[in-house]
Design a protein around this ligand. Structure first.
Ligand code: ATP
Ligand code: MG
Length: 277
């Protein structure tokens, strides 16, 4: 199948001259239509940078990004605006990502009105989205501060979906939520993908989270992708030593397994060449 998103040898450098910092060293990744591609890796490994580069928010100095066969590496403002119909984002922080001065109805209809949809049609679409993310219609007249973290994340997801995009970059979308809420929001992501065929690039540092939602997973380490494979294989039996350390570092509910894992992880860490936090 042809990829919806194709990233090839991508290089991102922040700053210039002696202060330049290379955050991505030639990253390649692809996402198929209807696929959830996971991106895991420790803090600072470059996960958000890759997401931002796809959204046109990071300084790309090499390589290429293609969406639906078109080169979007260096599209201008107008091109980006048009691309917003197809590529959307959900961030980690459900508190910071919604305008507190706008009602949920306005937050959800704004992207539709700016893309040229009529008022009545926009209203109908907003109702449909609220229903999809299981929020009551009465949410329309309320403000973000009147909702819990999980509910706000439902609003953020509805906002990302309202223009019927083909790809959503999800950057740690459940990391700020408690475990029970995480589970229901992850199920929502799965259900929405099944119903709409949208693709996800799903960033997380939590292997348990990606195991639940992702078809394939790429492991990032210090600005490079060190392993890509089926979600099941990467999260249970990764080949790369760093990915294995990441697996052993992710917590499990059973205290006995957790103790064994911790011992294995410490042994691996001692044997490893690269430092781990
Ligand atoms: N705007 C920026 N200017 C300079 N350096 C940056 C900038 N944004 C990110 N970096 C650096 O690039 C590297 C990758 O950062 P990035 O945010 O992509 O990591 P991450 O994998 O998303 O980490 P986390 O799990 O903590 O969110 C880090 O070393 C970071 O300090
Ligand atoms: Mg990040």
């Amino acid at each position: 199948m042809t990829a919806l998103l194709e990233v090839q040898d991508l290089v991102v450098e922040y700053g210039r001259g002696r202060k330049a910092f290379r955050a991505l060293h030639g990253v390649s990744i692809d996402v198929a239509p209807g696929e959830c591609m996971g991106l895991v890796g420790e803090s600072g490994s470059g996960k958000s940078t890759l997401g931002k580069a796809i959204l046109g928010l990071a300084p790309v100095t090499g390589g290429r990004i293609r969406f639906d066969g078109k080169d979007i590496t260096a599209v201008g403002r107008a091109g980006r605006r048009a691309l917003a119909d197809d590529v959307q984002v959900v961030f980690q922080d459900p508190y910071g990502s919604l305008n507190p001065a706008m009602t949920i109805g306005d937050i959800l209809s704004e992207p539709l009105l700016t893309s040229g949809l009529g008022g009545a049609e926009a209203q109908a679409r907003v109702r449909e989205m609220l229903d999809r993310v299981r929020l009551p219609e009465t949410a329309m007249d309320r403000y973000p501060s009147e909702f819990s973290g999980g509910q706000r994340q439902r609003v953020a997801i509805a906002r990302a979906l309202v223009r019927r995009p083909r790809l959503i970059v999800c950057d740690e979308p459940v990391s700020a939520l408690d475990l029970t809420t995480q589970a229901t929001i992850l199920d929502l992501f799965i259900e929405l993908q099944r119903d709409t065929g949208v693709s996800y690039l799903f960033v997380s540092h939590d292997l348990g989270v990606v195991r639940r939602v992702c078809h394939r997973v790429a492991v990032m380490y210090q600005g490079e992708i060190v392993e890509t494979g089926a979600g099941e294989q990467i999260t249970r039996a990764p080949r790369h030593p760093y990915a294995e350390r990441l697996r052993l570092a992710s917590p499990v509910a059973d205290p006995v397994t957790q103790r064994t894992r911790r011992a294995e992880w410490l042994a691996l860490r001692e044997a490893a060449d690269a430092p781990v936090r």
